[in-house]
Structures are given as C-alpha cells and as structure tokens.
Write a protein that binds this ligand. Structure first.
Ligand code: ATP
Length: 701
C-alpha cells in the first residue's frame, strides 16, 4: 500500500492514508478506437421502401397516383391554357418585334451615347457613333438573312413537309408567343394540382429554446451553466411526413418529464398539439429523446391504405396491421395469446376499434367469433354473418343468451385444458395451442375470440354479474394459452366496469381519450399516468387515436383504421366467403344459433338431417348437405355452394360436432352414376340416438 505525503500524526503515531486511486482515465473515455467504431449505429444503405416488396409497391403506387393526378388535373384545364396562349400570343408577338427592333437599332447603347454627346466628350461620342453604325449595319444584315430564310421556309416547307408538322409548328409558335405574352403575375398555369404542406423546418435552436421553457429544473440549470447542455446525436432530418430530432437531455432529466409537458412543448414550438410527439429511446438511456414533429396534426393526416382492406386472409398467430403511429408507420398487433381492454370516454372510437379487431380475427377462417354489442345499437352487426354467437342489446333474454354462451365457453376451456394436457410433448411442447394444433379440426383447438362492447353492463348485472365475472376472469387468465382471445371495451373504465382481476391480467391495452388519471391507469395500468403514459392529453378531435400497450416494450400512440359500417359489411362478406370455402361457417352465421334454455345447440339441425337422410339407413354427408339446402335454402344454402363434396362433408361434420356426432366413411350409391363408393357420411341411427338422448335430458329438467 502506498502512502501520501500528508500522512497525519495522531497521538505521536504517524497514520498513513492510502493514496487516492485515480478512477478516471485521463485522456480518453477509456474506449479503444475499435470499441468506438463498434458502438456506432449503422444507418441502412437502402431506404426502407427498397427493402420490402410491399413497401416498394406501396411507394411505387403512390408515385404513380401522384403523377396521374397531376396529369389529369392539367389535362382537364388544357383548353383554358390553350385559350390563354392564343389570347396572349399577339402581345408576345409585339414584345418579340419590340425586342428585335431594339436589338437591330442597338438601343441598349443609346444611354451611353447620349451621355457622351457633350462638347468635352465629342471624340468619345464620335467613336461610339461609328461603332454603333457598324453594329447596326451588321445587325440589319443578320435580320435580313433571318427574314429571308424565314420567308423561304414558309414558302417551301408546306410543300415538302406533311400537313400535321406544319400545324404542329404553328401551334408551337403560338404557344411560344403566348408564353412570351404572359406576365409573372399572370402565368398560363395559374393553379397547382397538389399543395405542398407549409410546414416550418425544425431547427436545433427551436428545440433547445422550446425545451428551455418547459419549467424542468434539470434543463434550466444545465442550460444556465452550459448553453450546449442539450445534445443532438444526429442531424435533424426529415422522417416520413415530419422532422425528427434525436436529443440527449441534460444528465438527470428523463424523457417522461418532457412527455408530461407535451402541450407546453407544442406551444413553445408553435405547432398544433397533434404534431408534437416526444418519445423515449429506452435502448439507449432514459434521457435519450426522439422528438418527431409532424407536418400535419395526427388526426388530420391521411392514413395509408390498410393492407387487409382489399384481399387476403389472416393468421391470428402472426402480427397484423392494426393502426398507424404518428409517422404513418403501421403498428402491428398479435391477437393470439392475449386479452385486451379498450377504454375511452364516449364517441372517441372505442367501438370502431373493437369492430376492427373482430374483423381482423374474422379474416382467419379458423377463428370462432362471439360478438356482444351491449349498447344495442347494432355497431357489431356487420360481424353477424361470420359470428358463431352474436347478440345486440342488454335485455334479460340477451343476458340469458350470453350466460349460456359463457357457460359453454367455460366448459370448452376445461375441455381444451384436458386435450392439451394429454397431447404428446413433441406435439405440444409449451402446453399451449400452436398454429399447427389450431389447424387440426379434430382437436377443436381453433382460436375463440370473444368481443364485448360496453362490457360494464355484464359485470354490473345485479343477478348474473358475479358469475359472468368469474367466467370472464378465467377466460382472461387461463384462456390465452388455450386459444381464447378476450376483447373488452368500455366507456367507463373503473373497477366496477372491468373488475381488477380481469384488467390486471389483460396483456394488451388500448386507451383512447380519457379525462382523468384513475381512468387512464385503469386501462393502461397502475402508475401509467405518473410514468408519462397519458391518454388524458389527447384532444376531442383525436378520434381513433390511443395509446397501445402490450405489443413490444414501449407504449405506442396509434390511430386505429377507420372502417365505417358499409366497409365493415364488405370485409365481413369477404371473411364469410373464406369461411364457407374452408367449411368453417358455424353457429349464428350458419343459422345454428344457441337457445339459452338448453345451454347447447338444439336448433333444427338434427331433425333436418333426419329428413335429409329420408328412409335410407345411411347417407353421404355431401348428399345430405344438398338435400338440407333444398329443405331450408336460407339456412343451408351456403353449405351447398361449397365447391367440393369434401368441403360440404367437412361443413356438416363441424356442425354436428357440438352434438357429439362424428361423421365416418359409409358405403352408398352415387345417384347420378349408380356406382357404389365409400365416402364420409352419417348413419340414421346416430341421429335418432342423439335426439332421444337429448329429449330424455330435457324431460328430466
Ligand atoms: N380510426 C378512426 N379514425 C377516424 N375517426 C374515427 C376512427 N374511429 C372512430 N372514429 C370516429 O369516431 C366516432 C365515434 O366512434 P365510436 O362509435 O367507435 O365511439 P365510441 O367510443 O364507441 O362511442 P360510444 O361510447 O358512444 O359507443 C365515429 O363515428 C367515427 O366517425
């Protein structure tokens, strides 16, 4: 141990203090040249739209449309432009002749010559006059030559050139003269086909100035000591339809403090609130801020075309485009294995968001939809043609219906748990539903999506509220691993509307505008407001805009896709067609709805199948489906439209499954060819036995 020179003397003894170890590396930050090189982030060589085919196509389409619009705009106005050119061409001709006259007569030298026309500058005047005479002679000769060539051309060309060339030259001459005859204040093309947004450029001075007036002590003190205390880690640049600044806040200041003061920041920058979006970059440190300032308010900026709007089906196990962020980039959402709570004050886009999510789910033909519109206005009615269970309203019979469905879902949850438990490890390594397992019809592990608008009406129900809460809590807690997706929307997010056991277990949250911290934290989680995750800062104009939590680590401000009623119906029709093709049209959508009295499907299917089999003791499923369609076209018509016999058989098999009836290979004769064959079918006895069994159960009640 070394000692310092300042060794202290104590009671005659000399105590040796250890020399303070130097902890700072003197010259550099301690890193090597290679370390510094490695810590640098490489910017992509190619722009994003070159890397993804979809984005390249989107960009190409956009550019094409842009120029097509401009062309169309100007073409529509071309007669007006032509008229202006014709009217202005005489003035153009006059100006041309005037300019020629001035050139030939050397008018530009006149002022100098006049100035020298005095007795004391006579010699200079003489020189200039002689020069002018020579120049004028030369220019007259030039003019003469040009005029002669012009006259000759006018006389000769019409004889040698085709008529249209002469006309084209004439039109061109008039156009040039018309252009010459136009003034700067009165151009030929006086309006623009597209208007560029007049957004102010964002500069580092703007940013520093704005941050300095937010009243954050850490920033104010740091700037007082050092005007460069706010650092910029990259040049301020365009990023999508706005400006992006990568800012290093002074030590000790966090991005959450700035986010909390977003309205003040917007005011300091002189921009609308919907344009100013400070975000944290948690990958770096809590003081690294990405400040994005849009050209337009988020609620007004155009949203790119929703990729799912035109074509395609969906795999719920994969992420799907849900909305766009402030910069117009798609925010994706994976619905499998999550439950979701959507909250907002009325009229902010909660139902639209729920409907969009249910439509996404509906585009996966495997997903079984259970849709409940407790407001009762029919907002979810576009989903009815693809729903397994659907109800609008909160009348006692609606609640009875929902309860029966929930009890069935609860039983299904238990069945699934058993199925998963008993599956071999290699097929089900994580003890949860996988895409492969969901695709196996025989296992019945397809996604089940429950969507409830104004869910508080269920939980607050005086008679059944407690039971509903118990079942939904189970669906939210145990359901995700077993293929249940629960989506709950409410306009009154408090502990009564969505019981805490449910909201605490919802992985995904989407909070549109709310008015207070309790509602904010109810949807986005405890302390969200304190941590700067605030849906209270949205304005009443921010329809469909909310904070999305649960997809990735960071909260993301997201604007859901605007899908109105007719649009939703069109999308649902597409989804229905996909279901019909896959033989997955079930329940309400297939005309086989639940009757609450029996807690299970009764409908008329079994007697109908019996009628379809007729006197025979067995029949092929495809023949039964055809006869069913003749019997009740409105109910079974879509089944008979399936393209193949196998698809019809699958459809009938899934409809009979809830009754415990499994179709099997049966021998029958093809009525058209008269040949016998083995195909999927049903024996009469199976149906009669099931009906007898059911009647016995009902009689026992
Ligand atoms: N993504 C969106 N983009 C633009 N406007 C939207 C969007 N979503 C919803 N809106 C607008 O907001 C209005 C209200 O939407 P919605 O009916 O979903 O609200 P809500 O919160 O469910 O209201 P309530 O509580 O009364 O049912 C809609 O009529 C629509 O015009």
């Amino acid at each position: 141990m070394s000692t310092t020179k300042d060794d202290a003397e104590q009671g005659g003894k000399v105590i040796a203090f250890p020399a303070p170890a130097s902890v700072d590396t003197p010259a550099t930050d301690g890193s090597t040249w290679l370390d510094r090189l490695r810590s640098q982030k490489r910017q992509p060589i190619l722009p994003r739209y070159f890397k993804s085919l979809a984005e390249a196509k989107e960009a190409g389409k956009w550019v094409g449309k842009h120029y097509a619009h401009k062309t169309g705009y100007h073409l529509a106005r071309s007669p007006l432009y032509a008229l202006r050119l014709v009217v202005r061409s005489p003035r153009g001709l006059g100006l041309l002749m005037l300019a020629t006259g001035r050139y030939v007569t050397d008018a530009e030298g006149r002022p100098v010559r006049s100035e020298t026309a005095t007795a004391d500058k006579a010699e200079l005047y003489l020189k200039l006059s002689q020069q002018r005479d020579r120049r004028v002679v030369l220019r007259w000769i030039q003019l003469g030559l040009v005029a002669t060539v012009g006259v000759v051309l006018i006389m000769v060309l019409p004889k040698v050139l085709p008529q249209w060339v002469i006309w084209a030259c004439g039109v061109l001459a008039v156009a040039l003269l018309g252009k010459l005859g136009s003034t700067r204040d009165n151009p030929v093309v006086s309006t623009r086909a597209v208007m560029a947004p007049k957004a102010q450029k964002l500069t580092s001075d703007n940013v520093v100035q704005a941050l300095s007036v937010l009243g954050i002590a850490g920033i104010t003190q740091a700037l007082a000591k050092n005007p460069d205390a706010i650092g910029f880690t990259a040049p301020i640049q365009r990023d999508g339809p706005g400006w992006r600044a990568d800012v290093d806040l002074p030590p000790g200041v966090t991005v959450a403090e700035v986010i909390e003061r977003r309205p003040k920041l917007a005011s300091a920058l002189g921009r609308p609130l919907g344009c100013v979006w400070p975000e944290g970059n948690a990958d770096v440190h809590p003081g690294r801020m990405v400040l994005w300032v849009g050209d337009q308010d988020m609620s007004k900026s155009p949203q790119p075309a929703w990729p799912l709007r035109k074509t395609g089906t969906v795999d719920l196990f994969k992420s799907q485009p849900f909305g766009t962020d402030q910069r117009g980039r798609w925010v994706e959402i994976t619905l499998m294995f999550v439950s979701m709570v959507i909250g907002a004050i009325p009229r902010m886009g909660k139902t639209f968001t729920l409907r969009e999510l249910l439509l996404i789910a509906g585009m996966d033909p495997r997903a079984e939809l259970h849709c409940y519109d407790l407001k009762g206005t029919g907002d979810l009615s576009p989903l009815a043609p693809i729903s397994h269970r659907y109800r609008a309203g909160e009348e006692p019979e609606d609640i009875e219906y929902a309860l029966a469905d929930l009890r069935a879902l609860s039983a299904e949850l238990r069945r699934r748990a058993k199925v998963i438990r008993e599956l071999p490890r290699d097929l089900c390594p994580e003890n949860k539903v996988t895409p492969e397992l969901a695709g196996k019809k025989s296992l019945g592990l397809h996604p089940i999506v429950l969507g409830v608008d104004e869910c508080q009406k269920w939980f607050e129900h005086p008679e059944h509220g407690a039971e509903i809460e118990e079942i939904v809590t189970d669906l939210v807690k145990r359901g995700p691993a077993l293929g249940f997706v629960t989506l709950l929307a409410t306009q009154r997010p408090d502990a009564k509307s969505i019981p805490t056991a449910i909201s605490d277990n919802a992985v995904m949250r989407f909070c549109l505008k709310v008015t207070g911290q309790p509602a904010n934290d109810m949807v986005l989680g405890t302390s969200a407001h304190r941590n700067g995750i605030k849906a209270t800062t949205f304005s009443f104009r921010d329809k469909g805009i909310g904070i999305l939590l649960g997809e990735g680590d960071e909260p993301r401000t997201t604007r859901s896709v605007y899908i109105d009623g007719p649009d939703a119906e069109r999308l649902a029709a597409r989804a229905r067609a996909a279901r019909v093709a896959a033989g997955r049209l079930t329940g309400y959508a297939a005309g086989l709805d639940l009757t609450p009295e029996d807690d299970e499907d009764t409908g008329t299917l079994l007697p109908d199948v019996l009628t379809a089999i007729g006197d025979a003791d067995k029949a092929w499923s495809e023949s039964i489906v055809d006869r069913l369609a003749e019997l009740r076209p409105a109910v079974y018509g879509p089944w008979a439209e399936l393209p193949t016999g196998a698809a019809k058989a699958t459809q009938l098999s899934s409809a009979l499954k809830p009754f415990g009836i499994t179709t099997k290979q049966v021998w029958a004769t093809d009525p058209t060819t008269g040949k016998g064959a083995n195909r999927m079918g049903i024996k009469r006895d199976w149906i009669t036995a099931t009906i007898t069994d059911r009647d016995r159960k009902v009689g026992r009640r």
